[in-house]
Design a protein around this ligand. Structure first.
Ligand code: FAD
Length: 338
C-alpha cells in the first residue's frame, strides 16, 4: 500500500477512458484545475451517446440526425452552470417547453446536434479518437494499451464506458476489485435501444415542436430533426424502439426492423422513406444504478463514473463527471502541474 505522498509526483496526469459527456466533463474539471489529462475514445467521433450523424441523398438532400440523446432539461444548479456556458457559446438552444403539452420547463438541444456539445468540450482537451483501450495495468502508475498499439502512462485512471464494458476491460487486464465493490458494479444494468434514422421525401406529420413520446409496444419516441432545427436540408426522422422491441429484435435483419417500426409510426411519417439506417445501442439508458455519484478506489488510483452513477440522462452523466473530477482533486490523487 502506498501513502499519498508516494503517489504524488511532479507532472502527474490522468487518463480518461471514454469521450462521452462524463469523460469530457471530468477532463474539463481536471484541466481547469491545472491537471494534465488525456482522453481516449474508441469511436471515430467524440461524444459516445451524444450522437449526431449526416445522411446524404443525391446532391441536394442531407439529413442530420440526433440518434442517441434527443434533448435535456435541467434540475440541479450545478448542471445549470454548464448549460448557461453552452447557451452563451451558442452550443445549445432551447428546443421547446414540453412535448404535447408545454409545462414551461425548457428542453434544450444542440444547435448543430447533440454531438456539438461533445465537440465544444473537447476542443481544448487532449483527445484521441479511434483509440480503443484494450489493456490497463497498475504498478504505482497506470499503463494503458490501445488496439492500435499505443501506450499511455498516467497516475490516475478514470473509466467512463458503460459499467459492463469497464468491468470487461478490467477483467481482460486481470485487475481485481474489492469483492463488495465488484458485486455492486455487477448490479448495474442498462436497457438497449434500436434507433432508426429515416430520411423522408416530404415533411412528416409529427406535430410541433417535432418530438413525441409514444405509447406503443414497438416505439418509445419519434423526433423530426427538421422541425428541431438541426436538419435544414432534409426531413430526418429519428425512431427509437422500446426496450422490449429492441431486445426481441436485436438480431433481426435491418429491413425487418425498419418495416415493423415504420408500420408502427405510419400515422406520423406521412411521406415515403427514401433512405434509412439502423443503429443498435447495446447500452442505452441505465435501469439499475451504483449508489454513489462516482467510485473512487484511492489505493488503485482508479475512478469510475457515468450516467449509471447518478441518473439516466445527460444531467446524470455531467454530475457524475463533476464528482469524479472533484474526487480526484479532493483525495489528492494528482497534483497540479502549473
Ligand atoms: C437512444 C438514447 C436516447 C437517449 N435520450 C436521452 C435524452 O433524450 N435526454 C438525456 O438527457 N439523455 C438521453 N440519453 C442518455 C444520455 O445519452 C446518456 O446518459 C449520456 O450520454 C451518457 O454519457 P456517458 O459519457 O456516461 O456514456 P457514453 O456516452 O456511453 O460514453 C462512454 C464512451 O466510452 C467509450 N468507450 C467504451 N469502451 C471504450 C474503450 N475500451 N476504449 C476507449 N473508449 C471506450 C465509448 O466510445 C463512449 O464514447 C439517451 C441515450 C440513448 C442511447
Amino acid at each position: 500500500m502506498f501513502n499519498r505522498s508516494d503517489r504524488l509526483r511532479k507532472n502527474s496526469s490522468c487518463i480518461v477512458v471514454g469521450g462521452g459527456i462524463t469523460g469530457l466533463i471530468t477532463a474539463t474539471v481536471l484541466q481547469r484545475r491545472g491537471i494534465k489529462v488525456t482522453v481516449l475514445d474508441k469511436g471515430k467521433g467524440i461524444g459516445g451517446r451524444l450522437a449526431t450523424r449526416r445522411v446524404r441523398q443525391g446532391e441536394s438532400i442531407e439529413g442530420v440526425f440526433d440518434y442517441g440523446t434527443q434533448y435535456f432539461s435541467v434540475e440541479q444548479l450545478q448542471f445549470q452552470t454548464w448549460v448557461n456556458e453552452w447557451l452563451q457559446q451558442g452550443v445549445v438552444k432551447q428546443w421547446c417547453q414540453g412535448f404535447g403539452q408545454a409545462d414551461g420547463k425548457p428542453r434544450y438541444c444542440g444547435v448543430n446536434g447533440t454531438r456539438g456539445i461533445a465537440k465544444y468540450l473537447a476542443q481544448n482537451l487532449d483527445v484521441h479518437t479511434s483509440t480503443r483501450v484494450v489493456k490497463v495495468s497498475y504498478d504505482n502508475q497506470w499503463l494503458v494499451e490501445t488496439e492500435n498499439q499505443q501506450q499511455y502512462q498516467g497516475d490516475v485512471l478514470v473509466m467512463t464506458p458503460p459499467v459492463p464494458q469497464s468491468l470487461a476491460l478490467l477483467d481482460a487486464s486481470k485487475i481485481v476489485l474489492p469483492t463488495k465493490v465488484r458485486s455492486s458494479l455487477e448490479q448495474v444494468s442498462y436497457h438497449s435501444c434500436i434507433a432508426v434514422l429515416a430520411l423522408l421525401a416530404q415533411p412528416s406529420n409529427i406535430p410541433a415542436p417535432g418530438g413525441i413520446a409514444c405509447e406503443d409496444l414497438a416505439l418509445v419516441w419519434l423526433a423530426d430533426n427538421y422541425q428541431k432545427g438541426i436538419s435544414p436540408q432534409g426531413h430526418a426522422i429519428t425512431l427509437h424502439a422500446t426496450p422490449k422491441f429492441s431486445e426481441t429484435h436485436w438480431d433481426s435483419d435491418d429491413a425487418e426492423i425498419a418495416e415493423q417500426l415504420f408500420a408502427a409510426a405510419s400515422g406520423y411519417l406521412g411521406s415515403p422513406v427514401i433512405k434509412y439506417q439502423i443503429h443498435r445501442w447495446r447500452y442505452s439508458l441505465p435501469k439499475t444504478f451504483y449508489s454513489q455519484p462516482c467510485l473512487t478506489l484511492s489505493e488503485l488510483s482508479l475512478v469510475m463514473a457515468g450516467d449509471a452513477f447518478v441518473a439516466p440522462k445527460i444531467e446524470g452523466a455531467v454530475l457524475s463527471g463533476i464528482a469524479a473530477g472533484e474526487s480526484i482533486i479532493n483525495q489528492q490523487l494528482v497534483e497540479k502541474n502549473y
